[in-house]
Ligand binder design. Structure first.
Ligand code: HMG
Length: 394
């Protein structure tokens, strides 16, 4: 039985900052942000979007009634959780109108959470082939104004339906992984922004990639020529390229050209959205699948997942016949083009606006946010969500 990704949805907020303007405001050469880091635009989440709403908006665009009938497991990967106790998956479960006979949990390991969810989903489908699993990766990446990580912020979510007989990508065995207790990036419970040892995180991302790629090669006997393309966790679009370059001499000129050309395609959405942490690898996969013109069904795609702290995993999948029909490039293009540019000052004002943390109530301007699912406020210590399609609130 083949198990894998049947559908992929994506959502990013309607606001962005131009990275050339951010560079100038930070007294940096724009070349550093645009080329050295590889980011052109950065998505900014208004106060009416959080990890829950981003994920619900991403899932809304893909779920049919049949999916809703079959989904019996919702796995929400995030490092931007809204509650220390209750799983974000439960809010999404209600906002999407899923049936009650569902397991709903939140998974955390930095940017690795959605990959953990995908692999858990595969195990679940192996035991229950008729069911479907909704895997979510949703985050708002925050380092702080005027920090070196600021250029790598972003916001967005990816939603995947995982099933038997998937329409997009059948995940293969084996999958290889590696864990080490390191402090390259972390966010203590008292902080709403991440702490990072930037250079160390880059080194570890690359060394974990080399570790899992070596394990994978030894287990499978595959070489780079067995892959049409490799997608990487993309904290910023230069990062995966740095890792890829360290192994390119294992293949010939044609192989290098192919992998580098597809890498370019795989960063199409990420370079204008920014780091979306758990969803970043799958946004890169979506970029590749929706924007390529020459990858046929049957092609093997490699996936490298990295979550700081740290866990790395390398696995692969085979593109399924007719996979293009299961994608929505026009819809995503339209969503990205309809976004509104805000100035650096407007972005700074949004960044420094926070929800009350003393238990007081607040009502938020959901009419200023075109998203279907929004955070409408806080009342009695409870987040109030609204789905404008059916005005299910509370
Ligand atoms: P920095 O020190 O400001 O940047 O921080 P830099 O001085 O290293 O410059 C960056 C690149 O720009 C360099 O290229 C420069 O040469 C180039 P490189 O040597 O790296 O190829 N450059 C220019 N290029 C063209 N024209 C110019 C120019 N000037 C300079 N004029 C850093 C960069 C990424 C460290 C920082 O932004 C940061 O700390 N970011 C956050 C951490 C991060 O993204 N780490 C990635 C690996 S860890 C990970 O992926 C996990 C994560 O997603 C979290 C999770 O798992 O939850 C982050």
């Amino acid at each position: 039985m083949q198990i894998g990704i049947d559908k992929i949805g994506f959502y990013t907020p309607h606001l962005y900052v131009d990275m050339e303007k951010l560079a100038l405001a930070r007294n940096e050469d724009p070349g550093k942000f645009l080329i050295g880091i590889g980011q052109e635009k950065m998505a900014v989440a208004p106060v009416t979007q959080d990890a829950v709403t981003l994920a619900a908006n991403a899932a809304l665009e893909i779920l049919t009634d049949e999916d809703k009938e079959k989904i019996d497991f919702v796995i929400f990967g995030t490092e931007s959780g809204v509650d220390h106790s209750k799983a974000a998956a439960i809010y999404v479960h209600r906002l999407l109108g899923l049936k009650p006979e569902v397991r709903a949990v939140e998974v955390k390991e930095a940017c690795f959470g959605a990959t953990a969810g995908l692999q858990m989903a595969r195990g679940h489908i192996a035991l229950h082939p008729e069911s479907k699993v909704l895997v979510l990766g949703s985050d708002i990446s925050r380092y702080g104004l005027n920090t070196s990580g600021e250029v790598t912020q972003g916001a967005g979510a990816v939603a995947m339906v995982v099933s038997a007989h998937p329409k997009i990508l059948a995940i293969e065995e084996p999958s290889v992984y590696h864990t080490e207790d390191i402090m390259d990036f972390w966010r203590p419970v008292y902080s709403d922004s991440a702490y990072v040892d930037g250079k160390f995180s880059n080194e570890k991302y690359i060394s974990f990639f080399q570790n899992v790629w070596k394990q994978y090669r030894e287990k499978t006997g595959f070489t780079l020529s067995d892959f049409k393309a490799i997608c990487f966790h993309m904290p910023y679009t230069k990062m995966g390229l740095k890792a890829l370059r360290t192994v390119l001499d294992e293949t010939d000129e044609d192989g290098r050209e192919r992998l580098l050309a597809h890498y370019e395609t795989s960063k199409s959405y990420n370079k204008i959205v920014g780091n979306i942490y758990t969803g970043a690898l799958y946004l890169s996969l979506l970029s590749l699948l929706e924007q390529n013109t020459n990858i046929e069904a049957g092609a093997r795609i490699g996936l490298y997942s990295y979550g700081s702290g740290a866990v790395g995993e390398f696995f692969s999948g085979i593109l399924q016949p007719g996979y293009r029909k299961a994608l929505q490039p026009a819809r995503h293009q339209q969503m990205l083009e309809a976004r509104k540019e805000i100035s650096v000052a407007e972005y700074e004002a949004i960044f420094t606006t926070s929800l009350p943390n003393d238990g007081s109530a607040v009502t938020l301007p959901v009419n200023e946010d075109p998203a279907t699912v929004c955070l409408a406020g806080i009342e009695g210590h409870k987040r109030q969500y609204v789905n404008k399609n059916n005005r299910v609130g509370g």
